[in-house]
Design a protein around this ligand. Structure first.
Ligand code: 6PG
Length: 470
């Protein structure tokens, strides 16, 4: 019997996704470059094995699929995806669908979708979030490409996705690279969320002298309130864990050098290209880059000494909770703002409130707050998220906490780049009269670039610099 769908690439994510598909009642053919991986995978699939067909060659794999065929690629992003498309296409019919479900750069998905459009061979680029656990039991899925192709497979993607209540967290976002773009911004926000949590961990550890276990308890408490989220939950677990080898807190054993595969960085790069403010995400990416400079940081510590002082202020834990809340709102305001500008630039018509909805479950940044964001983006779609009434109210209550925490961190010598960026964004966006008049004055002084006046509508004005220079 032919399989309804096929999957290429049985790495951690591919294997988990294949089992999820099988568990949801779909027969699936699987293929991996190393044939023994495929046979071992199916042999180890237990009661799901009857739904899985192991294939050893691409020809067998394609031959095992019901027509019109659907193939999901879970191979490393970039060249390997192009290579696999090139190898598969000659074996497939024109109407067969290829889905790239890896962490692709959206520009690659755009190109592949455009090629597919030109040749009439359907292609979807879908962002899948939730790590291995999500892929296995319900990820968040962000689709991009031809709507007709999405409609062909949406029943499978919705079935395997996470559910918020009864609502599947699988949504069509728009044409060509839209799905992978939304996933990229998800990852940028993921970086910023993680970085802000790491910053307050640092403040509690170095500024307040708290133990990992005490910090873990604070995270657990926060996870009962408005900060409730997957990342706060796992941060509590990470902080509470003990290293089985030494018996010390796990966090004291983990080296402070962060890895990154690139999607968070892409968000920052694309945001700069689009002139969209994504400063909290940029700060988070830069913090990961700086974390890699371990030897240099140690050199700095030898010269300047460790953080200058402990924090004596009482009641800082509540302020830190507020700081995370305010920082998170500012960060998501930037993320959604960036999605909107990209949507305008690429003509995607991204369904902004649906983006928030699809992130409510399954993905790494899932949180209670995303449900409120979905409501705000539905009710006031044209407003900066910080200005939507429900979030403006929260910011009014919490921005003083953010301010206090950034100030205390500065005085204690604890770096808090993402929280500082969030505060600066908030302060900039609440300032009707900023300071770019000085920038314009400088530009006109050295380059006669011209400026707009505050007292009329003229644009190409110049100051009396030549006169002053003499
Ligand atoms: C997800 C994650 C995932 C990402 C890892 C590692 O949504 O499931 O974003 O796609 O690859 O979190 O990312 P970094 O190596 O860049 O930290």
């Amino acid at each position: 019997m032919s399989s309804e769908i096929g999957l290429v690439g049985l790495g951690t994510m591919g294997a988990a996704l294949a089992l999820n598909i099988a568990e949801n009642g779909f027969d699936i053919a699987v293929y991996n470059r190393t044939a023994s991986v495929t046979t071992d995978f199916v042999a180890g699939a237990g009661e799901l094995a009857p739904r899985l067909t192991a294939t050893e060659t691409l020809e067998d794999f394609v031959g095992a699929l019901a027509k019109p065929r659907t193939v999901i690629l879970m191979v490393p992003a970039g060249g390997p995806v192009d290579g696999m498309i090139e190898a598969l296409r000659p074996l497939m019919d024109d109407e067969d669908l290829i889905i790239d479900a890896g962490n692709a750069n959206f520009r690659d998905s755009r190109r592949r979708a455009q090629e597919a459009e030109a040749t009439g061979k359907p292609f979807l680029g879908i962002g899948v979030s939730g790590g291995e656990e999500g892929a296995r039991h319900g990820p968040s899925i962000m689709g991009g490409g031809q709507k007709a192709a999405w409609d062909r497979v949406s029943h499978i993607l919705e079935a395997i996705s996470a559910k918020f209540g009864d609502t599947p967290c699988a949504t069509y976002m728009g044409t060509d690279g839209a799905g992978h773009f939304v996933k990229t911004v998800h990852n940028g926000i993921e970086y910023a969320d993680m970085q802000m949590i790491a910053e307050v961990y640092g403040l509690m550890r170095d500024g307040l002298g708290m133990s990992s276990d005490e910090i873990g308890t604070v995270f657990e408490q926060w996870n009962e309130g408005p900060l409730k989220s997957y990342l706060i939950e796992i941060s509590g677990k990470v902080a509470k864990a003990t290293d089985p080898k030494t018996g010390k807190p796990m966090l004291d054993i983990i080296l402070d050098r962060a890895g990154q595969k690139g999607t968070g960085r892409w968000t920052a790069i694309e945001a700069l290209h689009a002139a969209a403010p994504a400063t909290t995400i940029e700060a988070a990416v830069a913090a990961r880059n700086l974390s890699a400079r371990l030897d240099e940081r140690k050199q700095g510590e030898d010269i300047f000494g460790a953080a200058p002082q402990k924090i004596k202020t009482s009641g800082l834990i509540d302020a830190i909770e507020d700081a995370l809340l305010a920082g998170k709102i500012a960060c998501y305001a930037q993320g959604f703002g960036f999605l909107q500008s990209a949507s305008d630039e690429f003509g995607w018509g991204l369904p902004m409130s649906e983006v928030a909805r699809v992130w409510r479950e399954g993905c790494i940044i899932r949180s209670t707050m995303l449900d409120d964001m979905a409501t705000a983006l539905t009710e006031t779609p044209d407003l900066n998220l910080m200005f939507a009434p429900a979030f403006a109210a929260r910011l009014k209550d919490s921005h003083m906490g953010l301010r206090k925490v950034v100030a205390e961190a500065a005085m204690a010598g604890v770096a808090a780049p993402a929280l500082s960026a969030a505060l600066s964004y908030f302060d900039t966006m609440r300032t009707g009269r900023g300071t770019a008049n000085m920038i314009q004055g400088q530009r006109d002084f050295f380059g006669a670039h011209g400026f707009e006046r505050t007292d009329d509508d003229t644009v190409d004005n110049h100051g009396p610099w030549a006169m002053n220079a003499q």
